[in-house]
Design a protein around this ligand. Sequence first.
Ligand SMILES: *Cc1c(COP(=O)(O)O)cnc(C)c1O
Length: 435
Amino acid sequence: MERKMTTEHTTRSDALMERARKYIPGGVNSPVRSWYNVGMTPRFIRSGKGPYLIDADGNEYIDYICSWGPMILGHGEETIREAVIAAAERGLSFGAPTETEVEIAQFMSERIPSAEVLRMVNSGTEAVMSAIRLARGFTGRNKIIKFAGNYHGHSDCLLVEAGSGLLTAGIPGSAGVPEGCTADTLSAEYNNAESVEKLFDANPGQIAAVIVEPVAANMGVVLPGEGFLQKLRTLCTRNQALLIFDEVITGFRLAFGGAAEYFGITPDLVTYGKIIGGGMPVGAYGGRREIMEMVSPLGPVYQAGTLSGNPVAMAAGLAQLRLLYDHKEDYALLAEKGEKLYGEMDRIIKEKGLPWQVNHIGSLGCIFFTGKAVTDYRTAKTSDTEIFARYFRCMLEHGIHLAPSQFEAMFLSLSHTGEILEKTLAAFKDAMENI
Ligand SMILES: *Cc1c(COP(=O)(O)O)cnc(C)c1O
């Protein structure tokens, strides 16, 4: 008889992952949570407080995922927690309008010029999917332009040369998406306005919208070059196409008014997610009244949601947005923290004569293991993911919890103190010496 292999688990996380794999595809509810790409099993998280996570075995980590952005104030923020508990006590969901929905929409509309009227949804994917439908309905055109390496959620028509998990997996698109769904999605090069101009010229009167991550943060972090976003604004206006800023990451992060405020550019439509929910599942899309009033029930563009504007989620989101707006000086503080962490990472690399790149803006940053300046999808893909995997493991040994992929950002929160950044930099220095 064959001897049964003993499956002794070294950690609770390993045991949980083995159990999870039996009931959930790959053991995870979003592929980016899997550590397959770095050859490990993920840590299961039991709790979080400020910048820290505690895993199922009781190990503590400094967290640079921050739920992929939402936890910009750190984990377990007291005011948000209280708002959620108070809302939950009144009821979890009604399927009828509530005052908090009006409050959050008004709060945003009065502070963000490009979001005069807003519709709440349940995720970033839903926000972008709806904004694309609206742009098509409004312009009466079908084609859209997106950028290689930008990620806009997992709706069919946007899974073309997409960033995030697809880039990590090294696949250009997804199975199960009929060609017809992506036939009207044209792909341009990030930071190359000429590639957009060419698509406009080749498809006169047919482009409904250009959608862009104003700072690309799903192929690692890639900054828009001087004038790139302005050129997109000009091209869209000239061709009567809508400019959509996908601010699911940048919204309420670069500035309260996101990249639109930071770069001083007004898009026609804007999409939000992540930070807007304060940790709850929320997305939103908004724009000028004349465009937004094309949406059902006022107009012919249909979009709905049983749980959209959920009172508990709105309470969390509104509490977080208020804290951010009432302490706008915190954006300068976040940028300072970013400069300290990423700036110092860059100096350590240079000091050691390593050829790698650190791209960063405000609280977003990442290291690319390539000798080339990373300005787009093509150059991002020159990164050595094997070195990244070694870097990831080394940082983890130091108690630093990073996104398990070369092609994701590091997210700083306000709860990351100077002391925590110092600790992280010490780990980074060790990693640079030993990987
Ligand atoms: C995360 C993300 C999305 C998708 O949001 P989900 O809430 O994951 O559906 C869309 N666009 C950008 C830029 C994102 O980073």
